[in-house]
Ligand binder design. Sequence first.
Ligand code: SF4
Length: 337
Amino acid sequence: MPEQPRVELVCPAGTLPALHAAVDNGADAVYLGLRDGLNARNFPGLNFSLADARRGIEYAHERHARVFVALNVYPQPNRWPAATAAVDAAAGAGADAVILADPGLLAYAAERHPGLNRHLSVQASASNWRALEFYQQRFGVRRAVLPRVLSLAQVRRVIERVSMEIEVFGFGSLCIMVEGRCALSAHVTGESPNTHGVCSPAHAVRWQERPTGRQARLSGVLIDEFAPHEPAGYPTLCKGRFEALGALMHALEEPASLSVLELLPQLLAAGVSAIKVEGRQRSPAYVAQVTRALRVALDSCRRDPGNYRPPAACGAALERLAEGRTHTLGAYNRPWQ
Ligand code: SF4
């Protein structure tokens, strides 16, 4: 069987060390956000100053990797000048693409920086070929990141009908609200992830040590309690434990990571252009390990897709890093579609 065309491995970078970790471990491209509150990982201590973004882009380019700048919130009117300035800054820093969701910003980028690739963010929630073609025709979008709500068969059918590159998520946390259209956290914190770029704003999060364990609260609402020594992740409302139907449980969403390790041959055959790793909030060590595992698996699949088996070491490495130490195929696995 001839070798498949190269599929890009796109990895997250919340900091310069994470960018180095991704590039050094085989990422073909890295995505990052500027420190301006205009991307969907608006966490304290995360994201790049413009000087660091320039350094990161230089580092990546010297090693033949690309850098995409995520600018994927929907800016409110008072943030419009900052948002357009961020597009200009990304272009000036030599980014290979901007990842955008807001139609106004897409129009601005297309008019002001026609030579800068525009990728449609997953935050745009474009889930069907007509929506994707609209963005392509209207704004010259070169690539779209599909929401994690499509089955494998639906991904395949979308790719058959569109003329743009398609990027799909391959590993990391999931969101049950069609990619950030979150009534949950917006209801409790008053801030939508789509406008403020964060599910649980730092000012709303409170940790309290109790004799029974560590409690996590969001705007005063108890969303989880972790037993002593139980690992406590970033507290999101959707993955909290609540009393429902007489039992204490993850009533909305189990913490589990999406992992497409076993689906790589089908995704490559479907014609995806890139596999994306979620997690700009993750440590450089996490980014290094996930990137290395997926690099090995992708290369193995490309060499011989017919005989591909998920490499055991890659599976074990990803399982250790998965949320709740367990993984899921998410919406990809809907054989009835
Ligand atoms: S809180 Fe959960 S459902 Fe809401 S945007 Fe964040 S990940 Fe998605």
